[in-house]
Design a protein around this ligand. Structure first.
Ligand code: FES
Length: 362
């Protein structure tokens, strides 16, 4: 049967081709990953090794060694210098001259400390550590026991070749420099703490007090209740803030956001019944998470948003936290109006403003 014959011949040719492909694939490796390039680049090998002066001249080697440990000692001196500058130019007085000198000399000390370690380490690597070329064949990350033993050998070789164990002056000066370098940072952190003050007490009391008018930030213009329309929001500071010597510190504690909602939208607890004035409410602007200004008001939902870590506060429910990392509601400032219709505080806040940390320690 011609048709059968024809089919049989066709089948035989196909099988033969498949076998040839399989043999070829086995010869070349996995056909899915093998890449055969006719113009594959030729490995040029290592360039000719050129010994350095420190390899051939022992006096140059000693000179490099002296340079390196001098740099590490300079780094230690820089760290000590930074600490001494911190003590010599205290910034607590707030005097701008002292602050400038403190910044300048601490900065110089830290630059010296960092450059000493950096340049010394580079110099050590370039001048004294063995610089012969080597090949490191790629292998699976988790090595066999043999590989691990070899790693230890390599480590020991590196130790031997770099002279880390042998060149004790360099090694010890580097260790000293690395230990000394973070010390200025530890000392400098002290400057971040309030000086001779109890932060809990400080944050518990702000400029707000009975009868202090709410004024616009930054102009200090008093706000009449009739100026505050439903849906509006005001950035508020206490009257007289702009005349204070420590205006910024006071503002950081007393900044307030003022909003007006329909009175029926507010869910007010009995003890806060008279803390709002016809739907006008005032809340601390300092986020109870880590103290960023809560500056975004969503008029439709009456949510306040802190842009730092997205904490959200629901103004209709006494600024309770509805989203984000803040640990407690924004403190509310009790308000009313005076005889002339200006908004005034009924008292200071009833709890510390700012991060909940202070609340826990009160
Ligand atoms: S400071 Fe407001 S959410 Fe973190």
């Amino acid at each position: 049967m011609a048709q059968d014959d024809s089919g049989s011949v066709e089948l035989t040719e196909t099988s033969s081709t498949a076998v040839e492909h399989a043999v070829e694939a086995e010869r070349l490796g996995d056909p899915g990953t093998a890449i055969i390039l006719e113009d594959a680049p030729v490995n040029p090998g290592f360039p000719t090794h050129r010994p350095r002066l420190t390899d051939t001249h022992p006096e140059q080697s000693r000179r490099a060694e002296r340079t390196i440990f001098t740099l590490f000692y300079l780094s230690i001196a820089g760290s000590v210098w930074a600490i001494a500058a911190y003590l010599a130019f205290p910034i607590e007085s707030g005097d701008m001259g002292d602050i400038r000198l403190s910044t300048l000399f601490i900065g110089l000390g830290m630059v010296l400390a960092l450059l000493g370690i950096g340049i010394g380490a580079v110099h050590w690597g370039k001048q004294l550590m063995v610089d012969h070329e080597g090949i490191d064949i790629r292998h699976p990350v988790r090595g066999t026991d043999d590989t691990r033993e070899r790693a230890i050998e390599i480590f020991e070789e590196a130790n031997e070749e770099s002279g880390f164990g042998r060149r004790t002056l360099i090694r010890n000066s580097l260790i000293g420099a690395l230990i000394a370098f973070p010390l200025p940072a530890v000392v400098l952190f002290r400057g971040l703490a309030p000086q001779n003050q109890d932060p809990v007490k400080d944050l518990k009391h702000t400029m707000w007090a009975k009868g202090v008018r709410l004024t616009k930030d930054p102009t200090g213009i008093p706000i009449k209740a009739s100026d505050v329309t439903i849906g509006s929001v005001f950035h508020v500071i206490p009257e007289g803030l702009n005349d204070k010597e420590d205006m910024l510190n006071q503002k950081a504690m007393a900044a307030v956001l003022l909003m007006r909602l329909k009175p029926e939208e507010l869910h007010v607890s009995p003890e806060r019944k008279d803390w709002n004035y016809h739907g006008i409410v005032a809340y601390s602007k300092i986020c109870t998470h880590v103290g960023c200004p809560v500056a975004l008001y969503e008029q439709q939902t009456h949510h306040l948003l802190c842009p730092c870590h997205q904490s959200q506060f629901d103004i209709t429910h006494e600024a309770r936290v509805i989203f984000g990392p803040a640990g407690r509601p924004l403190p509310q400032l009790p308000i009313t109006v005076d005889d002339e219709g200006y908004l005034v505080a009924r008292s200071d806040f009833h709890e510390p403003v700012g991060p909940s940390f202070w609340e826990r320690n009160s």
